[in-house]
Design a protein around this ligand. Structure first.
Ligand SMILES: O=c1ccn([C@@H]2O[C@H](COP(=O)(O)O)[C@@H](O)[C@H]2O)c(=O)[nH]1
Length: 270
């Protein structure tokens, strides 16, 4: 984030984007699109975030392309956040942890997104695997979609659901070395005043805050500044279609990235 700017580019090969890039909606189109993004932006961006759904829809050959994308990013020295939003009972989470957070696993990424709605502690196998292998996780706290509020803003005996995710991540990072620990949260850039309304202290998490919703979902500099307040130094703003629509030309993709970085830096400075 310091070197390349606080922006993560999502690799979301929507059928419509494949068409726009002059590609077929098949495995070869998926491969050319996804590898094209990594070739254009690898080594120039803080992180890439492949969206697993758009690879899974092509079956086992799509997953093989995802493996290639992760390997190419690794070779380029670019961090990968695999957006899989996994969550299950602990014994099954151990399987997911082994799939994504183990050295040498075919789908190993630098970080994954996790869904904590079976309880924060159900994520334990992934939290432990990430710590053991020097990787990270991003736990969904306040997602960018409007429907998320009905669950995430709800209050129980221990406060709001989102607040429990903030507390869980803060505890995980308490003993971390360095300025930021490796347990991050997903906090959408589109959520407006929710952090203030729910009285959440995101800065105290001492972890990175992945902020999807920039670009196609409508958030920009003003929204980033509004949502994150004094936690803005922890924010990794995430945009997929906002950059991908500039392709397939590599220079145009880099131009769109540069614009997104300028915008995020201006919004999150200070
Ligand atoms: O709260 C969330 C969590 C994840 N996402 C994912 O990010 C991208 C957004 O794509 P855009 O084209 O920039 O809208 C997508 O993969 C989502 O699944 C999110 O949007 N919100």
């Amino acid at each position: 984030m310091t070197q390349h700017g606080p922006v993560c580019v999502g690799i979301d090969p929507h059928p419509g984007l494949l068409t726009q890039w002059g590609l077929a909606d098949d495995v070869e189109g998926l491969r050319r699109f996804s590898l094209g993004v990594v070739e254009a932006l690898g080594g120039r961006v803080a992180a890439i975030k492949p969206q697993s759904a758009f690879f899974e829809r092509h079956g086992s050959r799509g997953i093989a392309v995802l493996e290639e994308v992760l390997a190419l990013a690794r070779a380029a020295g670019t961090l990968s956040v695999l957006d899989v939003k996994r969550g299950d009972i602990g014994s099954t989470m151990a399987g997911y942890a082994d799939a994504y957070l183990r050295d040498g696993a075919p789908l190993a990424a630098d970080a994954v997104t996790l869904s904590p709605y079976l309880g924060f502690e159900s994520l334990r196998p992934a939290l432990d695997a990430a710590r053991a292998s020097g990787r990270g996780v991003f736990v969904l706290a306040l997602t960018s979609n409007p429907e998320g509020a009905e669950v995430q803003h709800a209050f129980g005996v221990e406060g709001s659901v989102a607040g429990q995710m903030v507390a869980g991540a803060r505890e995980e990072n308490a003993a971390a070395d360095g300025p930021l620990g490796s347990v991050g949260l997903v906090v959408g850039a589109t959520i407006g005043a929710a952090v203030r309304d729910l009285n959440l202290d995101l800065a105290a998490v001492r972890g990175p805050l992945l902020a999807p919703g920039v670009g196609a979902q409508g958030a920009g500099a003003a929204e980033l500044a509004e949502v994150f307040g004094d936690a803005r130094g922890q924010v990794l703003a995430s945009t997929s279609r906002g950059v991908l629509r500039a392709g397939p030309d590599a220079a145009a993709l880099r131009g769109a990235l540069a614009q997104a970085v300028d915008q995020a830096r201006a919004a999150l400075a200070g």
